[in-house]
Design a protein around this ligand. Structure first.
Ligand SMILES: *[C@@H]1O[C@H](CO)[C@@H](O)[C@H](O)[C@H]1NC(C)=O
Length: 365
């Protein structure tokens, strides 16, 4: 009844050798796998490095390109609605690839929506004159002012009287520009703040003061510009309106959740939702509206200073907050301040103003 011990032993040996054999086979196959693996790694490495470099190089570009495919909202006005007053000639449905009006019915101006001749004629008849303010403090003056002003002579409100207000800490270094008839340039000395953020924020106060002291007596409209830009196409009377602001070229296709509003509840610029992300590099309107806006922004900035907070994007954050409460009457498309490094966008048919190349490390110290 007992099993044959010899048989059992043999069986066990057999099992052990078989296991041993299996193990050997396994080792061998792992060996070949390792060999294969090594080759694959080399291959992957040779493939991945250039691909990685390629993605690192074009990644931001292609991301911007893909972002450009996200459709904008649609103008909610019923088809055929005409705008009031001087904007009645605007063809809101001549562009279907972009948003041509805001939810409150203000036009968003794109190439192809307006007839420049109609605007120019109307404003000449009204005797419109425009003030342009620009700050050229520290090294910004030598780096940008000459090109900014020379290009403005070629493209900004051509045919209308224009008064340039150049604010600078070094009036003696303001270049002499040949101005067309009807156009004048005034230089106003301002103090130089140590930090560029302060220069940028304090300009709100300076603009409000200058509107009160000078501009309101001479010009119906005022436009405020950053100096590190160049006019490259018509920036004409179609842009005039009561309160005019610009869609930021980075954000006009982005989901709202990505807008970089100020999210700090301690700041006066704090906001949780908004309509658009506006760019502080260009804003304008009637002197009354621009005075009100710059004054309000200045007060918000001072409130923040008292509370020792600074809004995320400085004066731009305060501007966005103001415009959430006071809706602009006209919005300019990113044609009116384009950045060429964004790359190709099929909805940008003309470029009117271009960000100049920035040399922050040289300029902001
Ligand atoms: C500017 O502010 C004043 C005072 O708050 C107000 O009466 C006026 O209507 C405002 N004007 C514009 C154009 O916003």
């Amino acid at each position: 009844m007992w099993p044959n011990f010899k048989k059992v032993e043999k069986l066990q040996v057999n099992r052990v050798t078989r296991r041993h054999l299996d193990w050997k086979r396994l080792v061998r196959s792992i060996g070949t796998m390792r060999h294969f693996h090594k080759g694959r790694c080399m291959f992957m490495f040779m493939l991945c490095v250039p691909t990685g470099l390629f993605i690192a190089y074009i990644g931001p570009l292609s991301l911007r390109f893909l972002e450009g495919l996200i459709p904008m909202d649609v103008c909610p006005l019923p088809q055929g609605t005409k705008l009031q007053g001087i904007d009645s000639s605007v063809a809101l449905w001549s562009r279907t690839d972009v948003q041509t009006c805001t939810s409150w019915g203000a036009p968003i101006l794109w190439e192809g929506m307006f007839n420049p001749t109609i605007y120019d004629q109307e404003h000449r008849e009204r005797g419109t004159s425009v003030a342009l303010t620009v700050f050229a403090v520290g090294r910004y003056l030598d780096a940008y002012l000459w090109e900014f002003l020379t290009s403005a002579e070629l493209h900004f409100m051509v045919g209308l009287p224009v008064t340039y207000y150049v604010f600078t800490d070094a009036p003696e270094r303001v270049p002499t520009i040949m101005l067309k008839p009807g156009r004048t340039l005034k230089v106003i000395k301002v103090e130089r703040h140590a930090r560029w953020q302060d220069i940028s924020m304090m300009r709100m106060r300076t603009i409000a003061d200058t509107i009160e002291s000078h501009i309101r007596h001479e010009n119906q409209y005022v436009f405020c510009f950053d100096v590190d830009q160049v006019f490259v196409g018509r920036f004409g009377s179609e842009a005039l309106g009561d309160l005019v602001v610009l869609l930021h070229a980075f954000y006009y296709h982005r989901p709202k959740i990505m807008y970089t509003y100020d999210r700090n509840p301690r700041s006066a610029a704090y906001m949780t939702e908004g309509d658009f992300y506006y760019h502080a590099a260009v804003f304008g309107g009637s002197w009354q509206s621009v005075r009100n806006m710059t004054e309000a922004c200045y007060h918000s900035i001072m409130k923040d200073k008292m509370n020792q907070v600074e809004a995320r994007w400085h004066d731009e954050s305060h501007l966005n907050k103001y415009l959430w409460i006071h809706k602009p009457s006209k919005v300019l498309s990113p044609e009116y301040c384009w950045a060429s490094f964004i790359g190709f966008r099929s909805d940008i048919h003309v470029v009117r103003l271009l960000w100049a190349e920035k040399h922050y490390s040289k300029l902001r110290d």
